[in-house]
Write a protein that binds this ligand. Structure first.
Ligand code: G6P
Length: 606
């Protein structure tokens, strides 16, 4: 959702801003715009719709070396040209782009209008431009003065024709990253827009304001106290943001899973003590020993990864563990227990509801760790300690490699915590072996892509599908259903297999395929009994399972065989065929794979 890119330096800024906007496209947006300081003053172009519409509207002659640009996801006001960012002051001298929400915008707007300011949009952002207009002094001082009036969250970039070689950025609750180049400076809300230009970055802290000029930058707090930052290596190659030869980022990311999972595991398995090392936890073994409950919080696929992790955590540590959607948790006035460990699970580290849940836990004195993919993201920073997933940048809106890697990261935590408690060294050793085998076994599953394509094409015409699983396989069924509905738009629902006879069985018919996730675990025979019930009602069955169960193979119309690593980790492998099934079904239906309708990669609003 919403993206920012800005630049000060010797380059011609318009092409740079436009290519930056394309890099931000994956986040989801419905309008975009650019503002440039040209020799004849500030020039602004904004358009509803796709970036290519904006690009086509830009005059060839619009030349300048300082500019800002934005992709907007409508919250306050419809996705129109007028509501697209950048927003201007009355004199049209300064321009602002903004991610986040100004909570007191209504009051500020009334006050500004009473003073004679004329608004041209319905956005909360426009108040910022008018607030800055009413201030005096250096540009960063003016921005600080305006921000002092503002409640809510923001990542902003501001340019002003009276200060034609400067750009000011500020952050509170919405990421802002500075990129340091050779006599040039960049600003962006997302590394994706920066890494092609520079690998030297600075993550602004909440409550910081940065003044950027071609020769460098300086940062202060909102009350003008100077702060210090040394540029850090971005740590991701720009190729991570490119599709390469793949037709979509989703397919690329599905195929990246062997390496991504190997990265999650790298340096974390300890064969000497048969445990896992997680350097960033910042919680001692003694403290972990006191944990009596584990609660995982997340949204969407992160929540499902949390459910899968909860299963492993409870199984391996014998500490009660469960997962809850972060938004539900934060609004139900939850009891936060002193001896509970809360885990905030998030790919982007920016999901508003997950962040709010973190704050709720912390406000009530609870202990929360992040399980986050995006390094340096807001949730990772607010939690302080935690586990980085290290799946690498994920561009496709629908999550694939991050889901798998997050479950693996949680399995590592379960091993670490288990070994502090009652898990035997022998079991620890077997788990290490199973975890180490995952990358290769994932590659084996990926090799079946063509077979899965044929099955997906056969069922792509279904109007509805069920996904079923039990115990550790149930979260995988939930995630499988999520994948299918997100990108193919086929209605899909997941149930614990045991629940089928309590209602959903009424819908089983030859038109409704059931995708059954059936690892060979203690509940195998129960799962087979459920398949008998489906078969008896002529429901087509696609079984994702292991080889070697004759009756199961007989019952299923299609069998996708997954290798086994054992130790309760097989459901992780079973997520892969479900990703491929959703992908191939969506391709067969001609869907937009990477940017499904109505969805954003990172939901930074409530
Ligand atoms: C959005 C995305 C989902 C994602 C969820 C949580 O809804 O479309 O794919 O699972 O947010 O995102 P997070 O970045 O917190 O994992």
């Amino acid at each position: 959702m919403c993206g920012i890119i800005g630049y000060v330096g010797p380059q011609t800024v318009v092409p740079l801003l436009v290519s930056g906007l394309y890099r931000l496209e994956y986040r989801g947006y419905d309008s975009s715009g650019v503002a440039v300081l040209t020799s004849s003053g500030l020039r602004v172009h904004r358009r509803a719709g796709k970036i290519k519409v904006l690009e086509a509207s830009l005059p060839k002659k619009m030349k300048g070396n300082v500019g800002i640009a934005h992709t907007r996801w409508a919250t306050h006001g419809a996705p129109t040209d007028a509501n697209a960012h950048p927003h201007l002051d009355c004199k049209q001298e300064l321009a602002v782009v903004h991610n986040g929400i100004i909570e007191n915008a209504t009051e500020l707007r009334a006050e500004l209008e009473a003073r004679g300011h004329k608004f041209t949009s319905e956005t909360d952002t426009e108040v910022l431009a008018h607030l800055i207009e009413d201030t005096e002094g250096a540009l960063d001082a003016r921005v600080r003065a305006a921000l002092a009036r503002v409640e809510g969250t923001y990542g902003i970039a501001v340019i002003d024709q009276k200060n034609p070689s400067q750009l000011v950025a500020a952050r509170r609750g919405s990421p802002v990253i500075l990129g340091v180049g050779e006599r040039e400076m960049f600003v962006a809300s997302d590394l994706a827009a920066l890494v092609r230009h520079t690998s030297q970055v600075i993550h602004l802290d909440d409550g910081e304001v940065a003044l950027l000029e071609a020769r460098g930058f300086h940062t202060t707090t909102l009350d003008a106290r100077p702060t210090q930052h040394e540029p850090q290596l971005a740590g991701v190659a720009h190729q991570s943001y490119e599709r390469g030869d793949f037709p979509s980022f989703m397919l690329k990311e599905i195929h990246e899973q062997p390496e991504a999972c190997a990265r999650t595991l790298k340096g974390r398995l300890d064969s000497e003590f048969d445990t896992a090392h997680l350097g960033g936890l910042e919680i001692s073994a003694r403290e972990l020993l006191d944990i009596r409950r584990i609660k995982l919080l997340g949204c969407g696929s992160a929540y499902y990864a949390g459910l899968a992790g909860a299963h492993l955590l409870e199984e391996l540590t014998r500490v009660p563990a469960d997962a809850e959607p972060a938004a539900e948790f934060r609004y139900r006035n939850p009891v936060v227990e002193r001896d509970a460990l809360y885990l905030a699970v998030s790919q982007s580290g920016e999901t508003f509801d997950t962040l709010a849940a973190v704050r709720e836990v912390r406000r009530k004195g609870g202990r929360v760790l992040g399980v986050v993919n995006a390094v340096g993201s807001t949730i990772a920073r607010e939690c302080g300690g935690g586990i980085y997933v290290h799946a690498g940048p994920e561009i496709s809106v629908t999550s694939t490699k991050t889901f798998t890697c997050t479950v693996i990261a949680l399995a590592l935590l379960a091993l670490h915590l288990g070994r502090i408690r009652d898990l035997s060294p022998a079991r620890g050793r077997r788990l290490i072996r199973a975890l180490s085998a995952l990358p290769e076994r994932i590659a084996d599953v990926l090799a079946q892509s063509e077979k899965i394509r044929a099955i997906a094409e056969k069922y792509a015409g279904a109007r509805s599908a069920f996904f079923i699983g039990r115990a550790g396989a149930y979260p995988i069924a939930l995630e499988g259903a999520q994948k299918l509905k997100e990108i193919s738009y086929i209605h899909a629902e997941a149930y614990p297999s045991s629940e089928l006879k309590h209602g959903p069985l009424a819908l089983i018919s030859p038109e409704l395929p059931t995708i059954a996730v059936v690892p060979h675990d203690d509940l195998l025979e129960k799962a087979v009994a459920t398949l008998e019930e489906i078969r008896a009602r002529s429901g087509p069955i696609i079984a994702v399972t292991h080889a070697g169960h004759a009756r199961l193979t007989e019952l299923a119309d299609e069998v996708i065989e997954v290798p086994t690593v054992g130790e309760g980790l097989d459901p992780i492998l079973m997520a892969i065929p479900l990703q491929l099934f959703a992908y191939h079904a969506a391709v067969a239906l001609g869907r937009d794979i990477d940017q499904p309708r109505n969805l954003a990669k990172s939901v930074t609003v409530e």
